[in-house]
Design a binder for this molecule. Sequence first.
Ligand code: CA
Length: 229
Amino acid sequence: MKVLIVEDERPAANYLKKGLTEEGFAVDIASTVSDADDAIEIANYDVVLLDVMLPGGSGVELCREWRQRGIMVPVLFTTARDELKDRVAGLDAGGDDYLIKPYSFDELTARIRALLRRPRPAVAADISIGGHVLDMNRKRLLFNQTPVPLTAREYQLLEYLAINCGRLVSRTALWEHVWETGSEPDSNVVDVYIRYVRNKLGDDGKRIETVRGRGYVLNCVSNSHEPYL
Ligand code: CA
């Protein structure tokens, strides 16, 4: 079982690593948001212990991003008592549980074991879009096993349509997932990016159907229902 500890206080992180290693876990440490994000792209973790207040951003926002990208690894937030608000936000953002600092090591291992016993949500790892394959584990689009270059934005757009395979996705929903939440959706920008993605898909571009006045549907097939991480 592999655990990622995301914690900027080194002594605390080292203490947790030592304890969890003695319990038989394989443990990595990340101390910033970007380190954590890199780690999650490289290794498959069974659980992430995620501090809420981190250099470079918030653990809550990071978790929200992971969920939007289809990364469903169980997340256990760790937060100070006076960050009560963040606890709620953390669960809203797709966190699975939280611990209030200071917590005992026994409490931590009990929570981790409880998370590991939970069934994982099934997320398709590969999605076929005609002759193309969207490999969500590696975050790339393949055609004849060759990667098709996509910008980060284009990838996110296509992935969000793919996660919603066969379902109508409104321009507003696309805007909120691929651009920013809280700002006024710009339908023209969404339409322009849909065009870019269609072009990248070549003949399979027609699999992104326009539903007039409502949004888009991607006609695709999920190849696997294995847990994602
Ligand atoms: Ca912190």
